[in-house]
Design a protein. Structure first.
Length: 133
């Protein structure tokens, strides 16, 4: 994989792409990428990121069916703001919108509860306080 991160005045750009495929691993091979931008306004940093992951269909033996991957795609759009507090702390607020394609099975969904026609969607709000000592 590879990536890029750069700033242009108050604007920033970050992107990364990669793939992982380990033979006989207990997880599906995947390819993923993200691209995003930032805008710095004093102590506030606004950001928008788009992320995409493609999982390959995998079957494992003798690993239980719950760990098998039906393949599919996951997309995630993140909108957020960070407020710096002093030199070593920040408050963060983010909204994530996750969506999956048909055929994707989350790890916590039993095989009997899953149809290949299912699509999943979730909106997650995250609030965090980060500090470094």
């Amino acid at each position: 994989g590879g990536g890029y991160k750069g700033t242009f005045g108050d604007f920033g750009l970050h992107a990364e792409a990669g793939t992982i495929d380990v033979e006989d691993a207990a997880y599906a091979a995947f390819t993923g990428a993200f691209v995003g931008g930032t805008y710095q306004m004093g102590d506030y940093l606004l950001h928008l990121t788009y992320e995409m992951t493609t999982l390959e269909e995998e079957e494992y033996d003798p690993i239980p069916t719950a760990l098998e991957s039906t393949g599919g795609e996951i997309t995630n759009i993140i909108v957020g703001v960070r407020k710096d507090i002093g030199f070593s702390s920040a408050v963060k607020f983010e909204v994530h919108q996750y969506d999956t394609s048909e055929g994707y099975k989350p790890a916590n969904v039993a095989a009997a509860d899953h149809s290949s026609d299912d699509e999943y969607s979730a909106t997650i709000v995250k609030v965090a306080f980060d500090t470094m000592f």
